[in-house]
Ligand binder design. Structure first.
Ligand code: MG
Length: 423
């Protein structure tokens, strides 16, 4: 069996959903998804000659071949691995179809039939779409009213240090947080939810300094309190800080949130200083999570050894792929640390992540970041119900990934200027 071609397609959703399809001389194809990155499809095209002519069943060897070929461009991590992750997942889809078994069978089999999903929530209408450098845009599926408010914040990256000139508005209030939390739990059946806590508010004095004013800490606590009161004690709640703050303000916030029993507080400080993360994590009873910016098992090793994280959140469309996800989870397991995979993918990447989530013992919850995309559920065919039902994904048993891309829907929302599987 030989690989004959590697092609890409990009859908303009809340983020760019980049799909990789691998073609073989036996007519079997495999589909994977990569986490967004600037220039991503060009990287995938550059990697293609390393794959054509190879046997797709040698997944780990091909992974190493790509890794070492890209080493001159930075083998310790970075966006080459976004490309490699999607290719690796597509290889597993080929392997599964070839042998007639689901991907999770190759990762050790199932611990669970259904994978618990946590919903990433935004207060208000939350119709958000961001390009590969996190600048808001207005795709054609977004209603006109929402598009207008997005364009008023043009050119301001919405994650990372700056919220630009964005100001507090009626979206980010305890009442709006509580309302969304109730809606997601009561109407959609989720048992775990996450909100952003580093949102624009009137108490912020300086968005670049990494500092928090006293009033801002109290405002954040009021958001958390509102969510906890809205959903009660039987729902797990998490909050994300997007690497925005310094050590001491992170410690103070984590301490003040202790009474609310968070499942985790995510990315308080920037990810590259493990010692700083350790100081935050070890200062508080609030569990600290991070990992969406770490690559491969090597990127998680120090945090685990140093006790810098209570929960790790590798993104399997980015951290090196599905088997690498298994390896990262095994390393975390040796430190008695749970894994809650980060995921902002379409159903293709989300289901690929669910295959890993069912195969690892130390699984906590898998992210779903598609609430703002009206066609999220429509992107795949091959299931007998919705991808996510009552906050769980039933892991497919069909060969490979177990679903196929809905080409009609994907084509309708394809990103302009990108090939659609070479068409
Ligand atoms: Mg996050």
């Amino acid at each position: 069996m030989k690989i004959t071609d590697v092609r890409t397609a990009v859908v303009e959703a809340n983020y760019d959903w980049t799909f990789i399809r691998i073609y073989t001389d036996e007519g079997v194809t495999g589909l994977g998804e990569s986490f967004l990155a600037p220039g991503l499809t060009a990287i995938i095209r550059d990697l293609k000659p390393l794959l054509v002519g190879e046997d797709p069943r040698n997944v780990d060897k091909l992974w190493s071949k790509m890794r070492w070929a890209a080493s001159g461009a930075g083998s310790v991590g970075g966006i080459v691995y976004n490309a490699i992750s999607g290719i690796e997942a597509a290889l597993w889809d080929v392997v599964g179809k070839h042998y007639g078994a689901p991907i999770h069978a190759f990762l050790g089999g199932k611990y669970r039939d259904k994978v618990r999903v946590y919903a990433d929530c935004h207060a208000g209408e939350a119709l958000e779409s961001l390009n590969s450098v996190m600048v808001a845009r207005s795709p054609k599926w977004m209603p006109q009213e929402a598009a207008v408010s997005v364009s008023s914040e043009a050119n301001q990256p919405v994650h990372g240090r700056a919220y630009g000139e964005a100001v507090a508005d009626e979206t980010f209030t305890p009442e709006m947080y509580a309302q969304k939390a109730r809606e997601v739990v009561e109407e959609m059946g989720f048992t775990a939810i996450k909100f952003d806590l580093d949102v624009p508010n009137q108490y912020t004095l300086d968005t670049f300094s990494g500092t928090l004013t006293n009033a801002e800490v109290k405002f954040m606590v009021s958001l958390v309190e509102a969510v906890r009161e809205a959903v009660g004690e039987t729902v797990d709640i998490c909050f994300d800080l997007h690497w925005r703050y310094n050590v001491s303000d992170s410690q103070r916030l984590a301490y003040e949130l202790e009474p609310y029993g968070l499942m985790w507080l995510e990315d308080p400080v920037p990810p590259e200083n493990i010692e700083a993360m350790r100081r935050v994590a070890q200062s508080t009873k609030t569990p600290i999570s991070s990992g969406e910016n770490y690559y491969m098992r090597f990127g998680f090793r120090e945090s685990l050894e140093e006790g810098a994280l209570d929960i790790i959140a590798p993104d399997l469309q980015k951290a090196g792929g599905l088997l690498e996800g298994r390896k990262i989870a095994d390393m975390a397991d040796a430190h008695y640390v749970a894994v809650a995979p980060h995921c902002i993918a379409s159903p293709i990447g989300t289901i690929a992540s669910a295959h890993v989530a069912t195969a690892i013992p130390n699984f906590l919850a898998l992210e779903w970041h598609g609430m703002s995309v009206p066609f999220w559920e429509d992107m795949v065919v091959g299931l007998d119900g919705p991808v996510i039902q009552d906050g769980f994904i039933k892991v497919p048993e069909a060969p490979g990934l177990g679903v196929e891309l809905n080409e009609e829907v994907a084509r309708e929302y394809a990103l302009e200027g990108e090939p659609f599987f070479e068409e």
